[in-house]
Structure formats: structure tokens, C-alpha cells
Design a protein around this ligand. Structure first.
Ligand SMILES: Cc1cc2nc3c(=O)[nH]c(=O)nc-3n(C[C@H](O)[C@H](O)[C@H](O)COP(=O)(O)OP(=O)(O)OC[C@H]3O[C@@H](n4cnc5c(N)ncnc54)[C@H](O)[C@@H]3O)c2cc1C
Ligand code: FES
Length: 281
């Protein structure tokens, strides 16, 4: 359910985007490894998806094996490496699908359809970019950092989690030249007021041209507030239960508390990335 405070913002147009044609491929599992106590990383050979994928897009992955799981599961494309022809996914084991997925062996193949959805786009203009994510949501925006590096745009990332061990993305940030600020609940550094104060101090003199956020509605609201303060574009990636990922089933329509009679945007095709503030002021 989308918080009331975000509902009106979601009426805004999705981020303008020219969508690449998705493909369905049998992707070989090149690596499948534990990232932390909580997460696993899948590196898939999928050159056709890697070369098409734009930042913030996702794939629908069919769970393999005899224990039949009918619907594919949506997963953000955490990294894409066109030269290697690979995409990287990081996932947490939450239910039956991801439990079975965790047994996929290197050398086996998974059916993956993508890239899907409307992703993030870095606007032209002055200033760095700011990434803000929590938990597994961080996987939605590391491809933005890839694009920022290609365009020589400085990037700062707030990586939030319950504990220091659960913070995702520090090694990616280091590889991509992103200044990472890891915060977590265990020491209180992830408190919204603390993050707000830290970012105001960091960006008030040179505001970011855009803020990219995923994984926490509290961070999304903070991003909105900071975007208003700085005049920065704010793009948020949402999650929803998805059956098809293609715009057919309408199962992912974002329910709008402020207007329950009308169907909200479809997270899979109108999003998952939405513009929270409209065009850059
Ligand atoms: C665009 C998009 C990108 C995503 N990217 C990632 C990713 O990079 N890594 C990752 O780990 N997960 C990601 N997810 C969430 C992931 O798809 C679900 O965790 C997964 O489908 C759960 O499948 P399951 O069969 O294990 O769990 P299920 O048995 O289907 O559900 C188990 C529990 O997880 C909850 N759940 C299931 N799907 C979602 C969802 N979409 N959002 C919130 N809660 C859910 C259920 O309510 C239930 O409590 C993404 C979701 C979307 C929509
Ligand atoms: S998941 Fe089917 S319409 Fe979005």
C-alpha cells in the first residue's frame, strides 16, 4: 500500500523513458553465491538483456525445478556488464520462490525475461547525484551509479540497513567511484533525522541534480523533502506483487489510499520508477 503522502505524487507522469524491447532468454548461471547471512548473488549469462538494460529496470525470473512455481519473480538488475554479457541479481530468501531459487546451481539455466519497466534517468545539468536506498532496495539503483561513472558525474549513496552486516552495495560503490555512506539501525545512524542532517550539511552548498531512492517509504519522503529544498529531481522505485511483469494482469496496480475507487499506476509498466517532483526546477 502506498502511503497517503506519496499517493498524489504518483499521479505525476512516470519518468520519461524510451523503452528497450524485452527478450526471454535461457540464462546460464555463472555464479551463485552468498553475499551475507541474508542475501545471495546470481550472475547470469544474458548478453541480450545486459546490452538492452537501462538503469532501474528489472527481469522476471522463472523459478526452476520439479517443485513447480508457476509465476516468475521480479528481480532488479543490480549490475549489467555488457562486455561480459552478464547481469547480476541480489535477492533475499523470503518465501517459496526464492527458497527454491537459492538451490539453482552454477551451470544450470534460468528463464529470464527483460529488461522490463521504466527505470531511472539522470537529467542533464549541474551537480552530483544522490542515491538513497534501504535493504534489498539498493539493488534497484546501482545501475544508475554505472551510468554516472560513464558520464563522469559524481555520485553519493546512502546505503541503509538494519545492521552493518546487512548493508548492500559497498563494494559496488567502491568499484564505481561512488562515495558510500553506510547507515544502520543498530547504532541509530539510519534515523531519518540523522540522515537528513548529514545530507543537508553535505549538499546545501552544491545540491544534487537528482535523487534516486528505493526500499523505504520514509527515505522516499525524505528525498521528496530534500528535493523541494534543493530543487532536485526525485525518482523513486516502487515494489509490488507481480504476476506477469508485462502490463497484462493489473495485479501490480498501486493502491491509492487517497482515491481507492480508481486504479493506480501499474508498477510493472508505468514504473517501477516514478517521478516524485516532476521536471528539474
Ligand atoms: C520491480 C521489483 C524488483 C524487485 N527486485 C528484487 C531484488 O532485486 N531482490 C529481491 O530480493 N527482491 C526483489 N523484489 C521482490 C521479490 O520479487 C520478492 O521478494 C519475491 O518475488 C518473493 O518471492 P517468494 O516466492 O520467495 O515469496 P512469496 O512466497 O511470493 O512471498 C513471501 C513473502 O514476501 C512478500 N513479497 C512477495 N513479493 C513481494 C514484493 N514484490 N514486494 C514486497 N513483498 C513481497 C510476501 O508478501 C510474503 O510475505 C523485487 C520486486 C519488484 C516488484
Ligand atoms: S504485473 Fe501484471 S500488470 Fe503488472
Amino acid at each position: 500500500m502506498i502511503p497517503d503522502a506519496l499517493a498524489d505524487q504518483l499521479r505525476a507522469q512516470a519518468v520519461p523513458f524510451s523503452l528497450p524491447e524485452p527478450v526471454s532468454v535461457s540464462a546460464r548461471v555463472l555464479r551463485h553465491e552468498t553475499v551475507s547471512q541474508t542475501y545471495r548473488r546470481l550472475v547470469l549469462e544474458a548478453p541480450a538483456i545486459a546490452e538492452r538494460a537501462q538503469s532501474g529496470q528489472f527481469v522476471m525470473v522463472t523459478v526452476p525445478g520439479a517443485e513447480r512455481v508457476l509465476l516468475p519473480r521480479p528481480m532488479a538488475i543490480h549490475r549489467r556488464r555488457v562486455d561480459d554479457g552478464t547481469i547480476e541479481l541480489i535477492y533475499g530468501q523470503v518465501g517459496r520462490g526464492t527458497r527454491i531459487l537459492s538451490q539453482a546451481e552454477a551451470g544450470s539455466s534460468l528463464l529470464a525475461t527483460g529488461p522490463l519497466g521504466r527505470g531511472y534517468s539522470i537529467p542533464d545539468g549541474p551537480g552530483p547525484i544522490l542515491l538513497m536506498g534501504r535493504g534489498i532496495g539498493i539493488c534497484a539503483f546501482m545501475t544508475v551509479a554505472e551510468d554516472a561513472r560513464t558520464r563522469a558525474i559524481p555520485a553519493v549513496a546512502v546505503l541503509s540497513a538494519r545492521t552493518a552486516q546487512r548493508v548492500i552495495g559497498e563494494s559496488d560503490a567502491a568499484e564505481l567511484g561512488v562515495q558510500a555512506i553506510a547507515v544502520h539501525d543498530a547504532n541509530g545512524s539510519s534515523e531519518i533525522a540523522a540522515v537528513e542532517q548529514l545530507l543537508e550539511g553535505r549538499f546545501d552548498t552544491l545540491p544534487p541534480r537528482a535523487i534516486f531512492v528505493c526500499g523505504s517509504s520514509r527515505l522516499a519522503l525524505l528525498a521528496r523533502r530534500l528535493g523541494d529544498r534543493w530543487g532536485s529531481m526525485v525518482q523513486v522505485s516502487l515494489e509490488a506483487h507481480m504476476a506477469c511483469g508485462l502490463g497484462y494482469c493489473h495485479g501490480c496496480a498501486a493502491p491509492m489510499r487517497s482515491d481507492p475507487a480508481s486504479e493506480g499506476p501499474l508498477v510493472c509498466v508505468d514504473g517501477p520508477v516514478f517521478d516524485l517532483r516532476g521536471a528539474l526546477k
